[in-house]
Design a protein around this ligand. Structure first.
Ligand SMILES: C[S@@+](CC[C@H](N)C(=O)[O-])C[C@H]1O[C@@H](n2cnc3c(N)ncnc32)[C@H](O)[C@@H]1O
Length: 263
């Protein structure tokens, strides 16, 4: 950006993948320095699995301090020992390729859009159902619909309404498509594509469960495109400059909040 101050860190610095890498490198240095010191002091060697576990724990703590989301903590802890276990099992290389391709197909957008896949829970599906307009008919869209759980539930509850889901990650989209096929849900349309390119003007209710990253731009899109007396609902995430009109607290274990904007 042209008007960025010279002291501002480059944008790649704030990406989660960079922070994970940095915390693992620091975790590695600390854990292996500790292991070597322990050998020098006690004369006993430390099992590499223990050292790698320490690396994971240290990396998780550093990552947390660097502002990584909480779900990175177990991932960071498991990552170093898992590499050793995988090597010890002498798995054929295609297994790694297969896992990589599967993860790529699920987390297609995560590095670029900063929106991973996690799913709206059943209690929140029911809370969303309560928010649907009482009058018959209407169009609902799930912006980034994942595997389509919320949509299938709502489509069953409200056969008078039409539901649309848009998803750009191939594997979740394929699963949503298959679920619609197997349940023969007629009032559900699924679009494979980028929600930034989807016109929201035809929808009465739009729902999103994304991440903090796209929220400011998405709320601008909602304001520009959605018609008066329509509803935008965001699960958990908000944007500082666009306060929600209402918040519904869901009675679930993760204390979900549905933020509601009325156009
Ligand atoms: C956190 S998941 C939510 C899934 C679903 N809405 C739910 O609540 O269960 C967000 C989804 O948005 C998708 N997504 C992210 N950016 C997208 C984009 N630009 N266009 C379409 N889908 C996108 C991701 O692939 C992911 O499946």
């Amino acid at each position: 950006m042209n008007n960025q101050s010279h002291s501002a860190p480059p944008s790649w610095f704030s990406t989660p993948l960079f922070r994970v890498l940095l915390s693992q490198i620091l975790g590695f240095a600390i854990a292996f320095a500790g292991a070597l010191s322990a050998v020098a002091i006690t004369g006993e060697t430390i099992h590499p699995l223990i050292t790698l576990l320490v690396q994971g724990v240290v990396a998780a703590l550093i990552g947390h301090r660097l502002g990584l989301a909480k779900w990175w903590i177990p991932v960071q802890i498991v990552l170093p020992p898992a590499t050793l276990i995988a090597t010890a099992w002498q798995l054929p290389p295609w297994v790694f390729l297969l896992v990589f391709v599967a993860l790529l197909l699920v987390y297609w957008n995560t590095a670029r859009n900063r929106v991973p896949l996690y799913l709206t829970n059943r209690t929140t599906w029911a809370a969303l159902h309560e928010l649907l307009p009482a009058e018959k008919g209407g169009q609902f869209i799930d912006i980034g619909c994942g595997i389509g759980g919320a949509l299938l539930y709502l489509a069953r509850q409200r056969p008078d309404m039409t539901f649309t889901g848009i998803e750009s990650a191939p594997l979740p989209f394929a699963l949503a498509w298959l679920r619609r096929l197997l349940t023969a849900t007629r009032n559900l349309n699924l679009i494979y594509g980028d929600f930034w390119k989807e016109d929201l003007s035809g929808f009465d209710v739009a729902y999103a469960f994304l991440s903090p990253e796209p929220m400011p731009k998405l709320l601008e899109k909602v304001k520009a495109e959605m018609k008066p007396e329509t509803l935008f609902v965001s699960n958990s995430f908000v944007a500082p400059d666009h306060p929600a009109a209402e918040i519904v607290a869901v009675d679930d274990a993760r204390e979900t909040k549905l933020h509601i904007w009325r156009n």
